[in-house]
Design a protein around this ligand. Structure first.
Ligand code: PLP
Ligand code: SF4
Length: 321
């Protein structure tokens, strides 16, 4: 676990580590850099271009193709911006881009083209905004990955949220349990875990992990989820349906089972958002629906995720039927 805070950022070195032959994938001109936590990389099978974890993180020439209908801002995030970093699209819930930093650059990311920047004024601005918007009952810390913030800044975000009486739920959207679990296994005084433990005595906390394949889940993610459950946090998972990663019945069923073994319920299975550069991950709706129907026959209802698509200018994520 000592390598947990290290990242692969160099394409050629990463291929050597994976015992794969060198190749060039237009990385020099790819605006979305390569970033892979070594912990995540350790779960990739060596010598296999088709490894489902590798496919999520390896930059590819396909990303540079212009494809009709794949845009900079596929879900209308920009229209939902209330203020820099504060997005409200749905009634009662607000989403905060707490940091641009991620622990991993997922090649299919819908915010890959988002004009991110770190902003020290966000915490006081969020405080004011929440004071004025008393109809908000849930604040979602997203990003980037909010758990990439240092412990003190994370604590400051959580504090301005906890002090709002009308806010009863704090939600965290994160990939940390499978990318940098150490960030949540550390239980020192100033740690993220400690902060969540205190917060959980005051508000409902919903922790939404992002895991797409059962191979991402290991003993460390299990420990993270166990710790969070022990302090009364609700654990949900969202996945993105991805061609060549999890677009088969066996994988989706195994993912639901393994999440449940680790104490997490599947929440959403997202149809890919049409961000520029991600077209090669697209699974047709008709295939997605077929997959869902098949897994529904093999799983208890509570382990079947909701297949949804997010659309600009819509009041909720839309079920696909
Ligand atoms: C997805 C999303 C939410 C949360 O939606 P739920 O259906 O409650 O999970 C909130 N705000 C924004 C901007 C979102 O994209
Ligand atoms: S925002 Fe989430 S999906 Fe996008 S690159 Fe970061 S961790 Fe991956």
């Amino acid at each position: 676990m000592k390598n947990n805070f290290e990242f692969w950022t160099h394409f050629a070195e990463f291929l050597t580590y994976l015992e794969l032959p060198p190749r060039s994938d237009g990385l020099e001109t790819n605006p979305f850099s390569m970033l892979i936590s070594k912990h995540f990389a350790s779960k990739i099978k060596k010598g296999d271009w088709n490894d489902p974890l590798l496919r999520q993180v390896l930059p590819s020439i396909a990303e540079l193709r212009e494809v009709n209908g794949f845009e900079e801002d596929p879900v209308g995030d920009q229209e939902s911006v209330q203020e820099d970093g504060i997005l409200q699209k749905y009634v009662g819930r607000v989403l905060v881009i707490a940091t641009p930093a991620c622990s991993i650059h997922c090649r299919f990311c819908f915010r890959r083209n988002f004009p991110f920047h770190a902003d020290p004024t966000l915490i006081p601005r969020l405080d004011c905004w929440l004071e004025k918007h008393t109809g908000i009952h849930e604040v979602i810390l997203s990003g980037g990955d909010p758990l990439m913030l240092d412990g003190e800044t994370f604590q400051n975000f959580v504090s301005v949220i906890l002090k709002q009486e009308h806010v009863n739920t704090l939600r965290i959207h994160t990939r940390i349990p499978v990318t940098l679990p150490q960030q949540l296994l550390n239980t020192e005084k100033q740690s993220h875990f400690n902060c969540l433990q205190k917060a959980a005595t005051q508000k409902q906390i919903v922790f939404v992990s992002h895991v797409n394949h059962p191979q991402e889940l290991d003993d460390e993610s299990h420990k993270v989820f166990q710790n969070l459950r022990e302090i009364g946090i609700t654990l949900l998972n969202q996945s993105v349906l991805l061609k060549g990663v999890n677009d088969n019945v066996q994988t989706l069923v195994a993912l639901s089972h393994k999440l449940f073994e680790q104490g997490v319920l599947p929440y959403y299975l997202h149809q890919l958002d049409h961000a520029k550069g991600v077209a090669h991950f697209e699974v047709e709706d008709i295939r997605a629906i077929q997959l869902l129907n098949e897994i529904r026959n093999l799983l208890p209802g509570y382990l079947v995720p909701r297949l949804v698509r997010e659309l600009p200018r819509d009041g909720s994520k839309k079920p696909i039927v």
